[in-house]
Design a protein around this ligand. Structure first.
Ligand SMILES: *Cc1c(COP(=O)(O)O)cnc(C)c1O
Length: 216
């Protein structure tokens, strides 16, 4: 299948309420344009410099999602245009995003990344830290960030039962968060290998790369 056909096929599998974020890291401008021509507008990138270069070269109505590990000193490069940062893992980073949002006279939407997978390589807050941050006074003092939900990844494993139970846990933490913060609307979970399971467990945003663009 071509990239266009992959997009059409994936969209037919997703409920209308689920946002498809096409993860385009390491993929060319031409590949991204092909997805764009199929109507795709949400794209996800992992690296600041790559994102900035692509955003300059591509149509301005693309909604760019930052999904990789973000260093505080690089927030300023994406702050003028980023649509949603999925990978906020500390209050310190949130404060820097607020500062850069202020510098650009905008409010930057963010998800807090939660770590539940059984791998130390994945970053993120503990569920406890997440609940503390969303109910903290410090968050109220950051008018240029809008925390709208959480992002999580499952363990990289063939064990679908483990993946399912991790997505269930993320959904539970999300619902827990909504009790203190009803404005939380987005639960970003699910990638090429596990998006169907993630949707069954309540995902509102899937981040899909290799299924669309081929392996990296
Ligand atoms: C690369 C990446 C994806 C996409 O992974 P695929 O398995 O290629 O669909 C999703 N989320 C994050 C955080 C990633 O880094």
């Amino acid at each position: 299948m071509t990239i266009k056909e992959k997009i059409v096929d994936l969209k037919s599998q997703l409920p209308a309420s689920v946002t498809l974020v096409a993860v385009s890291k390491f993929k060319s401008i031409e590949n991204i344009l092909e997805a764009y021509e199929a109507g795709q507008r949400d794209f996800g990138e992992n690296y600041v410099q790559e994102l900035v270069e692509k955003a300059e070269a591509l149509p301005k109505d693309i909604r760019w999602h930052f999904i990789g590990h973000l260093q505080s000193n690089k927030v300023k490069y994406i702050a003028p245009f980023v649509h949603l940062i999925h990978s906020v893992d500390s209050l310190k980073l949130l404060k820097e995003i607020n500062k850069q949002g202020e510098n650009n006279s905008r409010k930057i939407s963010c998800l807090l990344q939660i770590h539940i997978a059984q791998e130390d390589t994945k970053s993120g807050m503990t569920p406890q830290e997440f609940l503390e941050v969303i109910s903290s006074k410090e968050l109220i003092a950051l008018p240029h960030v809008d925390v709208i939900g959480l992002m999580g990844m499952s363990t990289f494993t063939e064990d679908l039962n483990l993946v399912k139970s991790e997505f269930k846990d993320l959904a539970t933490i999300f619902q827990e968060g909504q009790k203190t913060q009803p404005s939380l609307t987005e639960l970003s979970m699910g990638m090429s290998g596990d998006f169907q399971t993630a949707i069954t467990e309540g995902s509102t945003m899937v981040r899909i790369g290799s299924t669309i663009f081929g392996s990296r």
